[in-house]
Design a protein around this ligand. Structure first.
Ligand code: NAP
Length: 285
């Protein structure tokens, strides 16, 4: 078997087109959806990420404002700025790019964002809403993974066993909750899980969110399974690669996401969806 590709670039492009359409509808009602992005310090990866978030936003008609502050900014100053943005009705989404400088308490900063503007979905109110099945912003990476599953007809996952490798607050745990909400039977694995392969071989869906190359190899996959690769690593040649041994797993799986061109573009697209929905929710009918 050669797995079919779930093309994140193509899917993200259709998500962006849908966002652009709905943005136009809001603009016709006099509302300009707006995302405020805050970057503190000079982290080079963060600078690339925020630039692409601004470009993606502008491409779909969302307004994005990037505020850059020196690494010496105090936590109190950042909290005060967030409070101002919270109170500004023209701002619908607020995103504080992580990581923050070491002198700041990232949790306190994220909790300062109004839950109605928490388009990253990292606030405890968003996490709690996901946990209890209430509406709220979903973290963009697992949200994008769910869209990828839906794109291949996997919406109700009743009867499916999903294995999530990784338990971070921004990927693994919310991913598991979303799969559970879609009626899958879910197993969460982590660095202390003995015999990972014994679990993944039972899975209809495997999501790898680890950050290590070749965590998932062909012998660990049930023939025909769906494999979603969240990982972002560099191979020996310095090329971007995921957690999955792509060449080997592709020969066994039914569906697989590539890296690059898989989960990454969908993560970016789902931030636009969250920002749009924040603006739609703030707009009276
Ligand atoms: P993280 O916070 O470092 O979490 C990694 C998880 O993997 C932890 O739960 C860890 O277990 C587990 N783990 C480590 N080694 C393992 C092993 N050998 N077997 C099983 N589990 C193992 O990372 P993250 O923020 O969730 O990100 C994970 C990966 O996704 C990274 O490569 C990141 O760059 C990528 N990512 C991609 C996107 C995207 O848009 N494509 C977005 C976000 C993240 P413990 O909890 O026991 O330590």
């Amino acid at each position: 078997m050669t797995a079919q590709l779930i093309d994140g670039n193509a899917l993200a492009s259709s998500v962006r087109a849908e966002v652009a359409h709905r943005v136009q509808a809001l603009k016709a009602r006099g509302v300009q959806p707006r995302l405020s992005i805050i970057l503190v310090g000079e982290n080079s990866a963060s600078q690339v990420y925020v630039r692409s978030k601004v470009a993606d936003s502008e491409q779909t008609g969302l307004a994005a404002t990037l505020e850059r502050y020196p690494a010496e900014l105090t936590e109190a100053e950042l909290l005060a700025r967030i409070a101002t943005l919270n109170a500004d009705p023209a701002v619908h989404g607020i995103l504080v790019q992580l990581p923050l400088p070491a002198h700041m308490n990232a949790n306190a900063v994220i909790e300062a964002i109004a839950p109605a503007k928490d388009v990253d979905g990292f606030h405890v109110a968003s996490a709690g809403a996901l946990m209890v099945g209430q509406p709220g912003f979903r973290p963009c990476t697992p949200y994008g993974c769910m869209r990828m599953l839906e794109s291949i007809g996997l919406r109700d996952l009743k009867g499916k066993h999903a294995v999530v490798i990784g338990r971070s607050n921004i990927v693994g745990k919310p991913m598991a909750m979303m799969l559970l909400a879609a009626n899958a039977t879910v197993t969460i694995c982590h660095s202390g899980t003995p015999d990972l392969g014994a679990l993944t071989r039972q899975a209809d869906i495997v999501v790898a969110a680890v950050g290590k190359r070749k965590v998932l190899t062909a012998d660990m996959i049930k023939p025909g399974a769906v494999v979603i690769d969240v990982g972002m690593n560099r191979d020996d040649a310095g090329k971007l690669c995921g957690d999955v041994d792509f060449a080997g797993v592709q020969a066994v799986a039914g569906w697989i996401t590539p890296v690059p061109g898989g989960v990454g573009p969908m993560t970016r697209a789902m931030l636009l969806v969250n920002t749009l929905e924040a603006a739609e929710s703030a707009t009276p009918p």
